[in-house]
Design a protein around this ligand. Structure first.
Ligand SMILES: [Zn+2]
Length: 203
């Protein structure tokens, strides 16, 4: 499997390659150049955030959870529960990417509930932020349908670019070889994963 840096490059190249098709698609559908530009930007942001921060390789102790800094532990249960490269839970074209987003939303809600509960014990009453967040997210596709749709499509393509690259390297080596790309048999450096000892965190 490609390492994190290679995946980042793949994410960026595929994101840039999709800029024109997305811009043209939104422009022909809406006829609004400014909206098409905003939607294209949102698409690229969704694609890159998905590929670099919400990468499928969060299912193993990798360079990716380092990027979350002190919040790396958010992804620990995901890493423990999801088998590496599970087609249904981490490395797939659609469901796993949406699952990671749902998982992140659930963790944020849980944190907000726990924070409210703890502060309530100290006499500080917070508004129901998790309910407000949920209401905001539910209204988002109603109030901004095009923007939400392109962001979500970008988010899905960001995860798909990673998965396709992994599939190509493991299952499609002979096809890559046919077009002149040689892939070695060992992928020890896969996302700087070190099986026996704890990695030293970058932060
Ligand atoms: Zn992977």
């Amino acid at each position: 499997m490609p390492d994190a840096r290679t995946h980042d490059i793949i994410t960026m190249i595929s994101g840039v390659a999709l800029v024109l098709p997305v811009y043209n698609y939104v422009l022909t559908r809406t006829g609004e150049g400014q909206l098409a530009a905003v939607c294209t930007l949102l698409f690229v942001v969704g694609h890159c955030v998905s590929g670099m921060m919400f990468s499928p390789d969060l299912d193993l102790d990798s360079a990716i959870d380092d990027r979350w800094g002190v919040f790396f532990w958010i992804w620990r249960p995901y890493m423990w529960l999801v088998p590496h490269r599970s087609r249904w839970l981490s490395h797939g074209l659609l469901v796993p990417t949406l699952l990671r987003l749902l998982y992140f939303y659930a963790v944020v809600c849980l944190l907000l509930i726990v924070l409210s509960w703890c502060l309530a014990r100290l006499g500080v009453i917070l508004p129901n932020y998790h309910i407000q967040l949920t209401a905001y997210l539910r209204e988002l596709p109603v109030n901004n349908p095009q923007e939400t749709a392109v962001f979500m499509v970008g988010f899905i393509t960001g995860g798909a670019a990673h998965t396709i690259a992994d599939w190509l390297v493991t299952g499609g080596k002979r096809y890559l070889r046919a077009v002149g790309i040689r892939v070695g048999d060992r992928y020890k450096n896969h996302d700087r994963w070190q099986p026996q000892r704890r990695r030293v965190r970058a932060w």
